[in-house]
Ligand binder design. Structure first.
Ligand code: FES
Length: 114
């Protein structure tokens, strides 16, 4: 089912910069995964959004772990309809514990040279 949604995506220009949330109003199919919505934004709305490409999309690699409305979840496994808050928004941020390199692109920790 098509729905209007406001997607709030964490943006950060580079490591150490202050982050902020950018709003993307969209009409989306609510059966899409949160990860697919991010790719829709990246490919159709704002090509400046840094978003890692993950191949598995089956909940196996855990690389797409993100904070979705404040809860750490796998973005490829969460349908938008389950992530939308009552006011039709979704807030997406990088997972806690990983250093942000740019927007939603993160390193893995202190020992990865970032
Ligand atoms: S892309 Fe591998 S778990 Fe989501």
């Amino acid at each position: 089912m098509k729905k209007k949604a406001l997607i709030e995506v964490y943006r950060q220009d580079s490591k150490g910069d202050e982050g902020y949330f950018k709003e993307y109003p969209l009409v989306i199919d609510d059966s899409m995964s949160v990860y697919d919505v991010l790719w829709k934004i990246r490919s159709e709305v704002d090509t400046s959004l840094a978003l890692p490409y993950f191949r598995c999309r089956k909940g196996i690699c855990a690389s797409c772990l993100m904070r979705i409305n404040g809860v750490q979840r796998l973005a490829c496994r969460i349908p938008v309809r389950d992530a939308l808050s009552e006011d039709g928004t979704i807030r997406i941020a990088p997972p806690k514990g990983r250093p942000v390199l740019k927007d939603l692109v993160t390193g893995w920790g202190e020992h990865d040279g970032v």
